[in-house]
Design a protein around this ligand. Structure first.
Ligand code: AQP
Length: 340
């Protein structure tokens, strides 16, 4: 355990995770969980940067933790926790805000996209979201951050903040690397394949959620937007819809793009689309069934929350104590140095 490299990643409980989150991030979370010392967190504090219905937010956190366990993340071997249960995240985020430049945050494309989509609620939390994310990562001295391609910019900012802080105070933070899969790093919406598949865009049927029923998944794939040609060829610039389907099929089956092109040579989109849908159904089926079973045991999940928060706090408070000391805070009132 001691010599393993460290992983940190998070997911927002803003709804059921999408197929995009699964292929871009969660699948890797599970795959890496034996080899690394992993901290996986459901980031409720990030979620409130957009307005949430409290009862839904509460329910989705149970669902999200259940999904992670069903994906193969063993809470006994990994640290699985809810962000707000570890106060050090908010505490370090404030400190890091004072070492993050306004201009840096202004350049974040997620802030620009999300504020353009929701101009009624461009709150300060949405703006400083990447600093909280930097705190999430740096508290655990993570080596690797498995994320989708959309989060690369935030991990780069985290490194910049860490370099700046270390430059003033010495080596306090380890510099993390993003871990983005070569295939599946950016799964696109099935109806608007030039846009990332996102759970806040479920209205038009272009988004697959991990707990969707098989018949709904199949219908969405059969309706997926393609193009006016008939050839199944990977060409994201000219054929974004069909290329997205090839990408999804490739991650589900492990087949190379060229093998998929050969397999479907001479066949039409009407043949290909349901095959991709079926591959997704079979990939998600065991996760959906297992999630349902786990959700039935609320006491078990609450015990996972409690143990996860304790384990995470131990590591997070060690880093926070170091930071407080370096910047000149008196750290005697931080939680006692608990034995692990
Ligand atoms: N379409 C995607 N393709 C590949 N990776 C993706 N991720 C999300 N969408 C895709 C990755 O999944 C992890 C968890 O994401 P998240 O739910 O915390 O946040 P998000 O990126 O904001 O996801 P959504 O669905 O777009 O949520 P909303 O609509 O609430 O903002 C991250 O590693 C992300 O890169």
């Amino acid at each position: 355990m001691e010599n393993k490299k460290i992983i940190l990643s998070g997911i927002q409980p803003t709804g059921i995770a999408t197929l995009g989150s699964y292929l871009g991030a969660l699948k890797n979370w599970a795959a890496l969980s034996d080899e690394y010392d992993c901290y996986y967190t459901v980031v409720d504090m990030h979620a409130i940067t957009a307005r949430q219905v409290p009862a839904d937010l509460r329910r989705t956190q149970y669902e999200q933790v259940a999904i992670l366990i069903a994906c193969g993340i063993d809470p006994g071997k990994n640290t699985l926790f809810i962000q707000s249960h570890v106060p050090a995240h908010a505490q370090l985020a404030w400190v890091l805000n004072c070492y993050t430049m306004f201009g840096e945050l202004s350049r974040m494309t997620q802030f620009k996209d999300k504020s353009a989509k929701n101009d009624e609620n461009i709150n300060a939390g949405l703006f400083t979201y990447p600093t909280l994310q930097a705190a999430d990562i740096l508290l655990y001295q993570a080596d690797l951050v498995p994320v989708g391609a959309d989060q690369k910019q935030h991990v780069e900012l985290t490194r910049n903040i860490a370099v700046r802080f270390n430059g003033i105070y010495g080596d306090v933070f380890k510099l993390p690397e993003p871990y983005i899969p070569e295939v599946g790093g950016k799964i696109m919406d099935l109806q608007t394949p030039t846009r990332k598949m996102s759970k806040s865009e479920i209205a038009d049927g272009g988004c697959i959620l991990m707990l969707d029923k098989p018949e709904d998944i199949l219908r969405s794939f059969k309706r997926a937007v393609t193009d006016s040609e008939t050839c199944i060829r990977f060409d994201p610039d000219n054929k974004p819809g069909i290329s997205n389907l090839i990408q999804i099929y490739s991650v589900c089956t492990g087949k190379e793009y060229t093998d998929i092109e050969n397999e479907f040579s001479g066949k039409g989109y009407g043949d290909f689309k349901p095959v991709v849908g079926e591959a997704v159904i079979e990939l998600l089926r065991p996760i959906r069934e297992e999630t349902r079973k786990i959700l039935a045991d609320k006491a078990y999940l609450e015990n996972v929350f409690k143990e996860g928060a304790e384990k995470a706090s131990y590591t997070a408070n060690k880093t926070l104590r170091k930071v407080y000391k370096k910047i000149g805070f008196i750290d005697s009132f931080l939680p006692a140095k608990a034995q692990r």
